[in-house]
Design a protein. Structure first.
Ligand code: HEM
Length: 159
């Protein structure tokens, strides 16, 4: 089949994204590159410094998380338990610059993989959602606002 006659991949449907990323192996490689970018980009120095000097555990945790998040095996919960991404990060200094630095590392890593440009932009769009959510939850946390029980996933308790 030629490229043009193929149906567009329905990213986000079942495990389509996971498969397009190359499964667990591909995601692990992506995350290794992500942390390589973080280790080298001057814009990412501040967020790099928030991580431990040895990134092995950070790589494993993010790779496990992204496996389940993209519709594949839920490796993070199997290995490390449950996590609410925004709440987990709420004590960290994450503002626009840190969110953008994180996204920049991901953009660089995606570009270094052999992925279709549609997959790269899909991942950037989708990952922006939790990345920006972290920024909002951090700001609320700093302002002393308490998150509702669903805050990790969706919204903030109105006060
Ligand atoms: C918005 C910018 C972000 C910053 C600055 C940031 C920073 C960090 C830092 C400093 C850690 C702790 C590393 C350690 O002590 O081991 C961490 C852990 C983690 N982050 Fe982020 N992060 C961001 C966005 C995200 C996003 C968007 C996701 C998921 C889509 C994510 C998933 C994780 C996971 C799964 C862990 C490991 C949790 C654990 O220790 O069990 N992060 N992040």
């Amino acid at each position: 089949m030629t490229e043009s006659s193929e149906e567009p991949i329905a990213y986000g449907h079942e495990d389509a994204t996971h498969r397009a990323l190359g499964g667990v192996e591909g995601i692990r490689r992506l995350v290794e590159l992500f942390y390589e970018e973080m280790d080298t980009l001057p814009e990412a120095k501040r967020i790099r410094d928030l991580h431990p000097s040895n990134l092995e555990m950070s790589i494993d945790k993010l790779a496990c998380f992204l496996s389940g998040w993209t519709g594949g095996p839920k490796l993070y919960s199997e290995k490390y338990g449950s996590i609410k991404i925004p709440i987990f990060h709420q004590h960290l200094p994450v503002e626009e610059a840190e969110r953008d630095a994180w996204m920049l590392c991901m953009e660089g890593a995606l570009a270094r993989m052999d992925y279709a440009s549609e997959l790269q932009s899909y991942m950037m769009r989708e990952l922006y959602v939790p990345a920006d959510r972290i920024r909002v939850v951090v700001a609320n946390h700093r302002a002393g606002r308490v998150e509702g029980k669903n805050a990790g996933a969706i919204q903030i308790k109105a006060r």
